[in-house]
Design a protein around this ligand. Structure first.
Ligand code: NIG
Length: 403
């Protein structure tokens, strides 16, 4: 059979052994298949092995490592505007939460997103996706959360839907209406009730709901009521948990059987233990710790105790202006204590599981999406060691060579 594309004589193919969710010690189980070939047909991986497939097109893989395309399972795309002033305020000692309480932060991006036409949000986001794709990121999750009213939130979800259609990157969306209290409301309970009323419309655009559970934003009781309403309507649920304070979000995520608890910078011992025993994926966002100059989540401890850990960029205009997966993996390894192999699993197989796409994404295996990144590297440890160099040789998305 003639395939569409074959990548020949790869130095090695590096892939997690098992599809996500992979927990604890198994996260370090990476397969490294030396001197091998990949055949692609109709956007899927058709062959992995020593034979030379017959294909329409070939890539010379000598000197290259093939890895599954990176999956960024937590970003705040689409957004617009610039919060560099807040960045400078933080350098002068103001905290992220102080700035938010004073009406900046999420609310300031909300002003910009509400005013922006969907077309400009699309154009701006599309450029971010182009850059991410050039760095080997082939799947991206984006959230609403800068509309904070029905129209603004649905506009963001529609932009994500359209981006998924027009951009080569696969785009997954999450409803994060419960990201902050908008200026029109003084009661958080009333605001959350108003969001619950939009759930039927939201469900036409996404199957996943998230909340920012944090001291000063939405507390555990408010988050529980809201998330139970979401779960009852069949949504998958995720929680921004224990980011800036140990505020109970991680424990709530376990209690509710959430798909993921994200951030966890301030997760306490009880939370780490509970996550480790649960199926909730601990999604670490070390770029945020770095950008905010905060401490880092205890990745090593979570994995040693048996948790399922994913990592992602948290790319957004306020708390983490980073989308480069190499920087994020470098931080996961050097600051959160992950092994390189664990970081690879966390950015591929386990990130796919956060998005419910583990049956087709996150591995180099026959039948999986042909989403690949080819790296100029002798060994996979270079994804971290060479994090600031341009080691991406080619990106292949759904079987098409990009660029
Ligand atoms: O994940 N923590 C809440 N949401 C984002 C920050 C968004 C913003 O500051 O605009 C986060 O870090």
């Amino acid at each position: 059979m003639k395939l569409d594309l074959a990548i020949l004589n790869l130095n090695s193919i590096v892939t997690p052994v098992a599809h996500g969710p992979v927990r604890g010690r198994d996260m370090a189980r990476i397969e490294c298949i030396k001197e091998s070939n990949i055949g692609i047909l109709d956007g899927k991986i058709e062959y992995v092995g020593p034979e030379i497939p017959v294909a329409e097109k070939y890539i010379d893989g000598r000197g290259l490592i093939a890895m599954p395309g990176f999956i960024d399972c937590h970003t705040l795309i689409p957004f617009t505007g610039n919060r560099s002033k807040e960045f400078l305020m933080r350098l002068e000692g103001r905290s992220y939460m102080d700035i938010m309480k004073a009406g900046g932060g999420i609310r300031s991006t909300t002003e910009a997103v509400r005013k922006a036409p969907a077309t400009s949000l699309m154009a701006e986001s599309s450029r971010f996706l182009d850059s991410m794709l050039s760095l080997g990121v082939t799947t991206v999750e984006g959230k609403s959360g800068y509309g904070l009213d029905r129209d603004g939130e649905l506009k963001q979800l529609r932009v994500l839907e359209a981006l998924d259609e027009i951009h080569p990157v696969d785009v997954f969306s999450t409803f994060l209406g419960a990201h902050a209290l908008p200026r029109e409301y003084s009661s958080k309970d009333e605001y959350l009730s108003s969001l619950i009323e939009t759930f039927d419309e939201v469900h036409k655009l996404t199957d996943t709901i998230d909340i920012f559970c944090e001291d000063g934003v939405f507390n555990v009781d408010q988050s529980r009521r809201y998330m139970l309403a979401a779960r009852d309507r069949g949504f998958r649920i995720r929680i921004h948990a224990d980011e800036l304070s140990s505020s109970g979000g991680g424990l709530l995520a376990v209690e509710l059987g959430a798909v993921s608890a994200d951030h966890l910078i301030s997760a306490d011992d009880a939370t780490i233990k509970a996550l480790a025993k649960s199926d909730t994926i601990a999604t670490l966002l070390p770029g945020t710790s770095f950008f905010l100059n905060e401490s880092f989540a205890s990745g090593r401890e979570l994995i040693d105790r048996g948790a399922i850990v994913a990592i992602a960029s948290d790319f957004n205009p306020g708390s983490c202006n980073i989308y480069n997966p190499f920087i994020v993996m470098f931080l996961a390894v050097t600051r959160c204590g992950l092994k390189v192999e664990e970081a690879i699993t966390a950015y591929t197989a386990n990130a796919a599981a956060v998005l419910g796409a583990e049956d087709r994404k996150g591995l180099i295996r026959e039948g999986y999406d042909a989403d690949l990144v080819l790296l100029r590297a002798g060994d996979y440890s270079e994804v971290v060691y060479n994090f600031s160099r341009d080691i991406v040789s080619n990106v292949i998305k759904s079987g098409t060579v990009i660029g």
